[in-house]
Write a protein that binds this ligand. Sequence first.
Ligand SMILES: [Fe+2]
Ligand SMILES: [Fe+2]
Length: 369
Amino acid sequence: MSNQALKANLHDHEPSIEEKLAAVNDTTRSAMVSTMLAPRFYTTDFDEMDRINVEPVRAEWDALIAQMRSDPNRGHFRRNADWDNIDINDLEPALREELTDFLVSSLTSEFSGCVLYKEMKRRGTNKEICELFGYMSRDESRHASFINDALKDFGIGVNMGFLAKAKKYTYFKPKFIYYATYLSEKIGYARYITIFRHLEKNPDRRFHPIFKWFKEWCNDEFSHGEAFSLIIRSDERLMQGVNKLWIKFFLLAVFATMYVRDHMRPAFHAAMGVNIDDYDMRVFRLTSEISRQCFPLVLDLDNPALCEGFRRMERINQRMMAAKQRGGVMGAVGKAFWGAAAGVNFLRMYMIPAKTNAIPATSRLQPVW
Ligand SMILES: [Fe+2]
Ligand SMILES: [Fe+2]
């Protein structure tokens, strides 16, 4: 479907469901596919979130909100002379495909954050929380639109309005939203800044102009992570008891997901001159170090058994994808078998002892990496 048709579909009139279905191009469809690994859309108990009390972290909260209110990135997400026009047809087919996949899945994550934060702002009555979520949805909406613009250069666009309606929503209790979103914001920061620093040193490897925008971009993600850190720190029960088991679960799930997904994009990383294992471990270490601000434990990234667990997860995922492609009864059996193997492997990794962490008295961090 052409850009023009998509635009017409978005702006001319409120389309019917049939028209919307017809309008879904392949890219939107691929953004809609919910697999174990794809970025999801979330919904939660907004009334409970409304009861967050930020008094215990008041000073740090006010400083963070003041910074977000000042909107340091207001003018950043616009194309300027730094945006070199590239022709997608000049890229190798594998790289072109993986770059598109990277952009679409990044867009989906950004937009999924935007939708969740906006909903919280809309449903809430807690002034502090609504203000925070307003700023965060503002930022994520800018991020998502910027990526969508980049995709339009390739003649593809994701119909975000459609995506928000059609994607499956997963219900998470508020505390799970805090852990998962905290981690995804911080790991997002760590990913973007690591790529930015690498390409700063190796500008000849920058095969798309969007990477030039990553520095200021990741500062937004950093602040969003700070906000969730304060929310977690505002209620010490969230860092104690059985919640420690949940924190370990989310650390492992987020890291393992990133590891598996990154390995599905070999051409993308090769073009940047990045070794995926090194890059992922570097991002894990950075995220882990940051997470000491509000998590009572960190994964033992120096334990070779844990690293082997990530690699095993990747091999299992490859077999699972092969089974999926095979289809039929054997495909279904294979998928179930390797799915169970992934579960067992996850459990083995989970049993590896974590390192305890003493939570510091104050938590605000500045992005210095
Ligand atoms: Fe974002
Ligand atoms: Fe964010």
